[in-house]
Write a protein that binds this ligand. Structure first.
Ligand code: BGC
Length: 769
């Protein structure tokens, strides 16, 4: 657009006119545009501009193989860009956005994407921790805050929620999801999508969500990150896909295709996933982005011959946007010119990207007001919610003789806070939390000190440093601020252990904070053993040997091998990576200002050799509930150390009076299940009431138990509440490998209700034709 110029304005009036005219023509360009119609916009676009919308440009240095059609900023200037990845400095965001909006021909704003997985500035507990809360409303509220902070800083698209079902704790990315269960996973998926996106198009406090990694990434062979997954179709439908379906139904704006081969076809070029399931079976209308560089990786997989073939295979499989590999930019236009891809196909792929930008209000509000950012990021209510989220997420695994909660005034006059994670800050945020723009973190040591003030003497000993045996490649990535703890000589490590033991010796009680630094969990962080590494087990055993009371606080991204501790340490608290308010929230639990009610979203294995491990397996020829059953191994019990759904409280609950509305119901109808939950202890607390079913026979073997309902209810001491669940076609159906479709079968069903997947309170009913 050219701006008219008045020649030699001499009078004041003519100067004013010039300013008004200039403002009239240039303001819309400099600050905002009207909301366009996506189809009109599409009609004006050249093929190159369309391909640019199908591309996410890396906002950081990339490996050499990344194909660029020039310098990233020049590309934006010339063609625009669908998205820019990992530019997170608000000033930079505004600068890039000005290039796109002011300088590119069609002024289409950029969608800035970042992994705001559990917070942007206020970091909430990691997803596995939030799933442990069994509190979707809290999770939705947390992601609402994450969205508000990210959007204020210019991020309009997050690459979450991560919805991969994880049945193998060796896999490092278990921490990023909701654990092993499709029903809990679906509930967490919905909550997170609603939290990130809200329901009002154009809401400037929300971001687009992205359901990732589609699909089956958690089933990597041997729990080895990026390794192939082999998943039969019935497991895909019944176990791995339900959280993704829930996200799609909740209106998730985008999907991300996974890195790995699924049944020998890389997910990013997998037509069955991206078309047959997502578009055809689910009628999904949003857009799909690849995982980072994954279009190019189709060549590495040995699936595509070259870049041209990779672009062709990803695009025709149904992938809209190439994340940062430059393959679409370089090769996709040629596919059209050579008539292997039609203009219509390109338009169909671009349209949902333009629509997403319109829905976000990006055309009217492309820039951010940098002056507003501090006020949004530092809102006190964000920190308060983060603290509540910690309280609601930690899981009390063991509490012999009610060692917890501790008293602030009483017999305990001195506490030794020990361990390589006790004074950690960034490591409490997990990898993604540390990589965004985290505010200050309250360490566990600091949280305990804050809590007891001067009434108890609190001293700290670090113990030996912990490191990965094989360093993480993320340590060398400039945008990753977390580092391993420094290497120590054996003498230094021994001295650190001895100092810690000596401190425990002269204290009344020890709190040991052990587990995994952030780089030990997450992407590229699989492990073969779940043991406490780097001398931590020895430290724990040495401190326990003194005979003082010991509380073990675990900081980690996956269940660890705590078999010894589960017999010898009186109190064990699983806190995962609990974010900015970790220390305060954990101290609230330790000292009884909050009552723990987190429950495990995964079965807790005894050791890594028993993996994969999950509660919802089929019954088999030698069922575990048979009277003569011992173990499937001769050297270790094959049951979990703690079952799925397990978690203790400072109070106790009983479950009584399980009732079904009918003993028999017709296929297609619903039953009401009710149960009385009573707080039988002496303090208020939350019960997580869980409902499990089992179909006794049918066209396929069905899992011994499947979670089909849960509610977290708060009960005063002595109080009773009747909790209701609905069991209808959605809960009773499954995808049958015999008929290759969803079925509800006229069979006998068991129902159990209780506080974990081994609940005993039982009833049954029959479905009839
Ligand atoms: C991860 C994704 C992430 C992407 C962008 C990839 O390495 O697998 O989960 O969203 O990077 O940061």
């Amino acid at each position: 657009m050219s701006v008219p110029v008045l020649k030699s304005p001499s009078s004041l009036l003519s100067r004013v006119i010039v300013l008004i005219v200039l403002a009239h023509f240039s303001l819309p360009l400099l600050f905002a545009q009207a909301r366009p119609n996506a189809k009109d916009l599409l009609r004006q676009m050249t093929l190159e501009e369309k391909v640019a919308q199908l591309s996410q440009i890396p906002g950081f240095p990339v490996p050499e193989f990344v194909q660029q059609a020039g310098q990233p900023e020049d590309v934006v200037r010339k063609y625009g860009a669908g998205s820019v990845l990992w530019v997170s400095d608000p000033k930079e965001i505004n600068r890039w956005q000005h290039i796109a909006v002011d300088e590119s021909r069609l002024h289409i704003p950029i969608l800035f994407g970042l992994d705001v997985i559990h917070g942007y500035h206020t970091i909430f507990p990691a997803p596995i921790a939030m799933a442990s809360s069994w509190d979707p409303k809290m999770v939705e509220a947390a992601q609402t805050v994450a969205a508000r902070e990210a959007r204020a800083a210019g991020i309009a698209w997050t690459f979450g929620p991560m919805l991969d079902i994880a049945r193998d704790a060796r896999w490092g990315r278990m921490v990023e999801g909701a654990g092993e269960d499709p029903y809990l996973g679906a509930a967490m998926a919905r909550a997170q999508v609603l939290g990130f996106q809200g329901t009002q198009p154009g809401d400037l406090d929300r971001v687009l969500a992205c359901a990732k990694h589609f699909a089956g990434y958690g089933a990597a062979d041997g729990g080895r990150d990026y390794d192939s997954s082999y998943i039969p179709e019935e497991q895909m439908w019944n176990t791995y896909l339900p959280p993704f379906k829930a996200a799609a139904d909740a209106g998730v704006a985008t999907f991300m295709s996974a890195y790995m081969d699924l049944n020998d076809v890389p997910a990013t070029g997998n037509r069955w996933l991206l078309r047959d399931v997502l578009r055809d079976a689910w009628n999904y209308k949003g857009f799909v982005v690849s995982d980072a560089l994954a279009v190019h990786s189709l060549i590495t997989h040995g699936y595509a011959r070259d870049g041209q073939d990779a672009a062709s295979k990803a695009f025709t499989a149904g992938l809209n946007m190439d994340m940062a590999s430059g393959t679409y930019m370089k090769y996709l236009a040629a596919e059209v010119q050579q008539k292997r891809v039609s203009t219509q196909q390109i338009d169909d792929a671009v349209l949902p990207i333009l629509e997403a930008k319109i829905r976000l209000g990006l055309f009217e509000h492309p820039y951010i007001d940098e002056s507003r950012i501090p006020q949004v990021l530092n809102a006190p209510e964000h920190l308060e919610l983060a603290r509540t989220a910690v309280q609601r997420s930690v899981v009390l695994l063991r509490n012999e003789q009610n060692l917890l909660p501790l008293e602030k005034t009483g017999k305990i006059k001195s506490i030794a806070v020990i361990g390589p994670l006790a004074d950690a800050q960034l490591d409490l945020l997990g990898m993604w939390g540390a990589m965004v723009k985290p505010g200050p973190t309250v360490s566990i040591l600091e949280g305990i000190k804050n809590k007891v003030g001067n009434t108890v003497q609190v001293e700290f000993a670090h113990g030996p440093n912990i490191r990965r045996d094989i360093p993480s490649f993320f340590e060398n990535v400039p945008i990753v601020p977390i580092k391993e703890q420094p290497q120590q000589s054996p003498e230094q490590a021994r001295k650190a252990t001895n100092d810690a033991v000596a401190l425990a010796q002269r204290s009344d009680l020890a709190v040991l904070v052990l587990g995994e630094i952030a780089l030990m969990s997450g992407e590229a962080a699989s492990r073969s053993s779940l043991k406490l590494s780097g001398g931590q087990e020895e430290l724990l055993e040495a401190v326990v040997a003194i005979g003082k009371p010991v509380v073990l606080v675990l900081v980690n991204g996956r269940p660890l091998d705590i078999t010894w501790a589960s017999d010898h340490v009186p109190a064990i608290l699983e806190t995962w990576y609990s974010g900015s308010q970790a220390g305060n929230g954990i101290a609230d639990i330790l000292f009884g200002d909050a009552n723990p009610a987190g429950h495990l979203p995964v079965s807790w294995p005894r050791n890594s050799a028993t993996l994969p491990l999950y509660y919802n397996h089929t019954r088999t020829h030698a069922p575990e509930d048979a009277p003569d059953f011992t173990s499937r191994y001769w050297d270790v019990s094959s049951t979990p150390l703690y079952p799925f759904g397990y978690g203790l409280s400072y109070t106790t609950f009983s479950f009584e009076n399980l009732k079904l509305s009918q003993a028999a119901a017709k296929v297609g109808s619903s039953l009401d299940v009710s149960v009385d939950v009573i707080n039988t202890g002496s303090r208020a607390g939350d019960a997580v009431v869980q409902l499990y079913i089992h179909q006794q026979a049918g066209s396929a073997s069905r899992p011994v138990r499947q979670l089909k309902g849960f509610q977290r209810v708060n009960l005063q001491a002595g109080a009773k509440q009747t909790v209701h669940f609905k069991l209808g076609p959605d809960e009773l159906q499954f995808w049958s490998p015999a008929t290759k479709q969803w079925v509800v079968e006229p069979e006998q069903f068991d129902v159990w209700v209780g506080e974990n997947s081994q609940a005993k309170l039982h009833a049954d009913f029959r479905l009839t034709q």
